[in-house]
Design a binder for this molecule. Structure first.
Ligand SMILES: [Zn+2]
Length: 250
């Protein structure tokens, strides 16, 4: 299971990426929207491709899209078949393409939409952990911190709230804080993802990422935890199924 991927941003077609992933044993993917347009496309993919699900959202890099019409569009898309979450949304103080207040205003609105629609949230947070956690105090449903990059303190705080933590290829890079403390993550809240086309894991780092590469991240995490690769793959797939309520037998 690749619990966070961007099928519309790959060099290969969504069909090819999903087929290759299935051949590598990755049976389902959650495609994630970053703006109204690609969320709409993603919803369409989820409705016509088996084992493809979608989250619809506005990435903090696109906070300028924030408008009443955009939020209404997301609410409409959220009702489409195969749409399983709102996201990605959140705060990015690293690239900070929009002022913090603008990012936060959008983020708060989507959190409240998720509450109204009773949907899980997929969160992007970069160099903004404390403010992200502050906004998320308002979230009543399940939360996924995607591409989680925190260390011991962040893992503990997120775990206290029962949040799911999505580990992407960067956990396999030398010096990853998260890799050192991966054993502190509740096994029932652990997810693996590619965030393709970004963040290719070792040993395919440097090449454009694709959903099948989630197997490398899963293998790395399994080794860190001292569990079998198969066991880790099954556990993380079940966790994704549970948080996104996917109709999958696992
Ligand atoms: Zn992403």
């Amino acid at each position: 299971m690749d619990s966070h991927t961007h099928l519309l941003m790959l060099d290969v077609s969504p069909e090819e990426a999903v087929r290759e992933a299935a051949e590598a044993g990755v049976g389902a993917v959650v495609n994630v929207g970053t703006g109204v347009e690609d969320s709409r496309e993603g919803a369409r993919l989820a409705s016509r491709m088996p084992n493809v699900y979608s989250a619809v959202g506005i990435h903090p890099h696109n906070a300028g899209e924030h408008s009443t019409a955009a939020l209404e569009a997301l609410a409409g898309l959220a009702a489409e078949p195969g749409v399983v979450a709102l996201g990605e949304v959140g705060l990015d103080y690293y690239r900070a393409r929009w002022p913090r207040e603008a990012q936060r205003a959008l983020f708060e609105e989507v959190v409240s939409l998720a509450n109204d629609l009773r949907m899980p949230l997929v969160i992007h947070s970069r160099r903004a952990f404390d403010d992200t956690m502050d906004v998320l105090k308002g979230a009543r449903g399940p939360v996924v911190l995607h591409c989680f990059e925190g260390g011991e303190r962040e893992i503990r705080e997120a775990s206290e709230r029962g949040y799911y933590l999505g580990l992407a290829g960067n956990v396999t890079y030398r010096g990853s804080e998260t890799a050192r403390f991966v054993h502190l993550i509740d096994p029932e809240r652990l997810l693996v993802e590619t965030d393709a086309p970004y963040l290719s894991p070792q040993p395919v780092r440097g090449r454009p990422n694709v959903p099948k590469n989630v197997v490398h991240t899963a293998r790395f995490v399994a080794q860190r935890l001292g569990v079998g690769g198969e066991e880790l793959a099954t556990r993380t797939a079940r966790n994704a199924r549970d948080v996104f309520r996917l109709p999958l037998e696992l």
